[in-house]
Design a protein around this ligand. Structure first.
Ligand SMILES: Nc1ncnc2c1ncn2[C@@H]1O[C@H](COP(=O)(O)OP(=O)(O)OP(=O)(O)O)[C@@H](O)[C@H]1O
Ligand SMILES: [Mg+2]
Length: 388
């Protein structure tokens, strides 16, 4: 969808902002450009909507060499969000959002209806915020209006230059989640610039790590974290990349442990027998539909007559298969739990197994190894330091 072919941008003073850049962004893909200040990220971005002209090379958007397209025409097909948002201070939120539809000559009513729809989509109630002016909004709300405005004419391509740079970390994380949800609905082709490797990893289908005017590595987040292509990239992603990697590594079925399982209507004596045979200290308790109820300890099971439901404890630390290891870790901490249940979200939350801290660590190590060697996680044999 966006294709750079040997693009260079040099300035008269001898600065080469971008040096022989070639890469491609597929339709519906979100690529993050990450790198230190001055490495050429904004220059790359502005060449796509012709705010800057390359010195050499070509850029194609949807197969078309953009040097042959009228810049004004081109920009109508490309949404642009910048750090300072750039809302018109004298226009209401609704009119700001309707800017491009107005320019495109839409009828006022249709433009405003579209703007209201977009505000809703970015989580701003148009009946509350539509008539406000930008200085009557918080920083995060202004950013959302910026995103809504960029989407208003439904452009296939979106350029976002540090769109969440100006807000505090908490709001920023929320905007990131909202944006991911939005992107899963609208599926734009997005170039997203950031300084922040965490943001790049969280949002990007792929990441371009910039060095001085060049791309040092262009790959999926897990690959950039797991197998940095150069010492520069390793340094940039940081020594705690194992930790960052947690957020891009999903829980897989192979990672799960299978403790004994009993049902609410089983007799306690049966449960106690099962636990004794398996030499286990506890069992997972499921309801009739194999959904998680909680757990029961070996002592509770051995304590008398009756049904499991009378002695089972509730437990609601669970995640769907495919959730990130980071969410798993944070769920364990939040519930102060030694394990969390993993359920099949596709099959009515059917219980699949449990993830323990040891298994989580193993999953992480496997995914790092698998990326370093190529191949899948389940093929990796780990050498393990024996536990105490
Ligand atoms: N008009 C200009 N003349 C000379 N050099 C320029 C000009 N505009 C930009 N540069 C240089 O080009 C390089 C790349 O700038 P660019 O704005 O693309 O960086 P960036 O990666 O977006 O940085 P930041 O993260 O700080 O926004 C910088 O060294 C900058 O000083
Ligand atoms: Mg910049």
């Amino acid at each position: 969808m966006i294709r750079f072919e040997h693009v260079t941008k040099s300035y008269a003073d001898g600065t080469t902002a971008v040096d022989d850049l070639s890469f491609e962004v597929a339709e519906g893909e979100l690529v993050t450009l990450v790198g230190p200040s001055g490495c050429g990220k904004t220059t790359t971005m502005k060449m796509v909507n012709r705010l800057i002209e390359p010195t050499s090379g070509r850029i194609l958007v949807n197969g078309e060499d953009i040097s042959t397209v009228d810049p004004v025409e081109l920009r109508r097909r490309i949404g642009y969000v910048i750090q300072q948002v750039g809302l018109f201070p004298h226009k209401t939120v609704l009119d700001n959002t309707a800017t491009v539809p107005h320019l495109l000559g839409w009828q006022r009513k249709r433009a405003r209806a579209r703007a209201a729809e977009l505000l809703d989509l970015v989580g701003l109630d148009p009946s509350v915020y539509g008539d406000r002016y930008p200085d009557q909004l918080s920083g995060g709300q202004r950013q959302r209006v910026g995103v809504a405005r960029a989407l208003a004419a439904d452009p296939p391509v979106l350029l976002m230059d540090e769109p969440f740079g100006a807000v505090d970390p908490v709001v920023r994380e929320r905007l990131q989640s909202e944006f991911l949800r939005l992107q899963s609905q609208v599926r734009k082709t997005v170039l997203f610039v950031t300084h922040d490797i965490e943001e790049a990893v969280r949002l990007g289908d792929r990441i371009a790590v910039y060095g001085n005017g060049r791309i040092e590595q262009f790959d999926a987040p897990a690959a950039v974290l797991g197998a940095p292509a150069t010492p520069y990239v390793a340094d940039f992603v940081g020594a705690d990349r194992g930790l960052k990697r947690l957020s891009v590594t999903p829980i897989e079925a192979d990672d799960l442990e299978q403790p004994p399982v009993v049902h609410l209507d089983d007799r306690l004596s049966e449960a106690a027998g099962l636990l004794a045979r398996k030499d286990a200290r506890w069992a997972v308790v499921l309801d009739d539909s194999d959904r998680l109820h909680g757990w029961i300890s070996a002592e509770a099971a051995a304590s008398g007559e009756g049904l499991v439901r009378e002695r089972a404890r509730r437990m609601d630390a669970w995640l769907p298969l495919g959730a990130s290891l980071k969410r798993a870790f944070s769920t364990m901490l939040q519930h102060d739990a030694g394990w969390i249940a993993v359920l099949d979200g596709e099959r009515a939350d059917h219980f699949l197994g449990v993830l323990t801290p040891a298994r989580l660590h193993e999953a992480l190590r496997r995914s790092i190894e698998a990326d370093a060697r190529g191949g899948s996680r389940s093929e990796v044999e780990l050498e393990t330091v024996p536990g105490v």
